[in-house]
Design a protein around this ligand. Structure first.
Ligand SMILES: [Zn+2]
Length: 269
């Protein structure tokens, strides 16, 4: 039976394991919680981590949804989720740990007798990373952000597997573009998309440039920005609601169709 830090994780079940990394000033433990979904068939172990940086909340919610939706009784292998990898930075609303000033993302594999961030990293590395066949670490960008996957890909077997995972991750652009062109993708596609995506100005006011206004509808980010603007500052000039809804649904359907088809070709099943 799979064990994590000495805790047995029965097949077909969800088990929460508390990893003690240290002690607070009041004597209470500093714990990192790992949730293990143990499948009923043999298979690889996938580790998901988030909130190494204490302000990047989206990954924790992503992991929560995965842990809620994946049924261990229908799973081959295991999913280990650590929604809050750095509980101190999370509670302190800080990117790095305030106590020692360390960025957890830079201290792996950690040190068993180091400062608290190094010890937390060491606990995660020793018990979870070493037990995993693959690791996905979630981070969060500020708006306007484009989703991306960062992967180190050397030409070896590990690099090839990493590249496969990274490409399978990103729908549409991620699946269509080779990782080695990621820099070019940013300069040629993503940068201009953000600049001409109405993130910094309302689409309605572009009527000052005449028919060119409609060229901005070819940019999917325009609709995302307009929807965000409508939600946050409804008093600003708005795109007609019907056009906004049509654009969001249309682009979502198009990207989902293209991305899903490419994803199915790349996904390792
Ligand atoms: Zn981060």
């Amino acid at each position: 039976m799979f064990e994590l830090a000495g805790t047995r994780c029965p097949e077909g079940q969800k088990t929460t394991v508390s990893l003690k990394a240290g002690t607070r000033e009041d004597g209470s433990p500093i714990e990192i919680h790992a949730v293990v979904l143990s499948g009923v068939k043999r298979g690889p172990t996938l580790l998901l981590t988030a909130l190494l940086h204490g302000t990047e909340l989206a990954g924790a919610e992503t992991i929560r949804q995965v842990l809620d939706h994946v049924d261990p009784s229908a799973l081959a292998g295991r999913v280990v989720g650590i929604p809050v990898a750095n509980p101190l930075a999370f509670l302190e609303h800080a990117q790095s740990t305030l106590r020692d000033g360390l960025n957890m993302n830079r201290v792996f594999p950690g040190q068993p007798s180091g400062s608290i961030t190094q010890r937390m990293a060491h606990i995660i590395y020793t018990h979870c990373v070493k037990a995993a066949d693959a690791v996905i670490d979630f981070h969060t960008n500020s708006y306007p952000a484009v989703h991306w996957v960062i992967a180190k890909t050397a030409g070896d077997e590990l690099g090839t597997k990493t590249e496969g995972m990274a490409r399978a991750f990103g729908l549409t652009l991620g699946t269509q573009v080779q990782p080695r062109f990621a820099g070019l993708l940013f300069a040629v596609v993503l940068g201009p998309m953000m600049l001409f995506g109405c993130a910094y100005y309302p689409w309605a006011q572009l009527k000052a440039i005449g028919a060119f206004q409609y060229l901005f509808l070819l940019n999917p980010l325009t609709f995302v920005s307009e929807a965000m603007r409508l939600a946050v500052t409804p008093e600003a000039p708005q795109m007609p609601l019907a056009l906004l809804a049509l654009g969001l649904v249309g682009w979502l359907a198009a990207f989902a169709a293209i991305g899903t088809r490419a994803f199915e070709k790349l996904a390792i099943l």
